[in-house]
Design a protein around this ligand. Sequence first.
Ligand SMILES: *Cc1c(COP(=O)(O)O)cnc(C)c1O
Length: 497
Amino acid sequence: MLTLPPHGQDPKNVLKNMQAMRANDARWQDGKTFSLVFDPGEEARQLLKDAYCLFFSENALNPSAFPSLRRMEHETVAMTAGLLNGNDQVAGNITSGGTESILMALKTARDYARDQRGITEPNIVLPITSHPAHDKAGAYFNIEIRHAPTQTDYTADVDAMAALIDDNTILIGGSAVQYAQGVVDPIQDIAALAQEHDLLCHVDACIGGFMLPFVEKLGYPVPLWDFRVPGVTSISCDLHKYAYASKGASAILYRDAALRRYQFHAYMDWPGGIYASPTMAGTRPGGALAAAWAIMQHLGEAGYLAIAKDVMHSTQQIADGIAAIDGIQVLGTPHMSIIGIGASHSGLTGLDIYHVGDELQARGWMADRQQHPNSLHLTISRGHHGREQAFLTALAEAVEAAQNQPIKHATTQASLAIANGLTRLLPSRVFGAVSRTANKLSGGDGVPKRSAALYGMLSSLPARGELQELVLDALDSLHSLPKNHTATQTKDKTSES
Ligand SMILES: *Cc1c(COP(=O)(O)O)cnc(C)c1O
């Protein structure tokens, strides 16, 4: 059992131990990871840290205690709303991230529909490509989430969505862009459908919100998706992605304050006083909000535009490079800087894209695995500028090396969901544990060392429920200390001198 160190340690010693812990962390500084880290460069990164530290102790739970935070939240929301072509009526809040923003949008829709339409068994209709935060919201707030298939270009199939709407539908939505292939859903058609049925319409712009407006200004074709589209009633837009803010910052925006009111929570009878809070969190860190405000002030329109220009060039270079490699292809026609890479049917036959992912990883590059169709994911951002050729070289080598390996496709959705989650979350020790468990369940022998082999093995597991248990076990072990854990070496103050 790990306990508090009996005596406190010197700050220097604490920091030294923490530095040592980072030895095996993903090396995002090399530009070899995709989607987990968005780096604005050294000067801006320092500003984020300084701004964060300046408001390190402040709490945005009570805005009247900290007028500075209140002002920064208001201005950050307003700047974001302006970027997304909202007018003065748009109201919103800063949250801890895209998931909280989406949770808030769906909770708001539920309470709005209950109040305005008396709906007690609500459902929401979304394309299957919508981010799982929507499914999390459904599970948390008792809302049924209905998924419609996409079209062959991976955008939402609006007819298929229409077919899922019934009297209990409260909201429909789409993404700008969706995560897997980086395309913008036909938001104009979705919003028109929402209006026709008198429904709310949420646009998930968590990843595209601070990129698409600049991509459009640069002259690339971008379908309309923001507050210019009549019928769009809320938009989630992360700041800790393409706004390059520090982690823990996203915006949730509503077309007007009357709708946002359903987001709020107030409890009147607490002995501690009347408790009113705008979002999920109680205590809200001032630092994350301050850093988000600061980076917008620092980069400004011109700064974001310049970064977007570089990122789009990097994306073009990488997309062209992928097209030139026999055996793989870019999926669909991405609208910005997110690319899904799949095996191509015209080139080599029988290339397993997951083997390519393993081979990339062996070369130090981390690309997430995706399903339906099997593919690899790239979110290209500022940190990849100048690394395009190095990536393409590694990719070509990886395809070459993967060619001679047998296909072990995961055949079920659930098995791939596990494998995807695992490769994303997985420290090697947990990978081993899950592999062993999965292996036992499937009655096989030998523990696969590579994720492609794990996918193959998982696909032979029989029941979806069993697979879900396996994922939950994996999460459980990820969020526990390993059995052989030994406490960080402590030196107490007395032995230090
Ligand atoms: C990242 C993302 C989210 C969730 O945001 P978090 O900040 O990870 O909670 C939702 N939707 C899309 C499209 C995303 O890319």
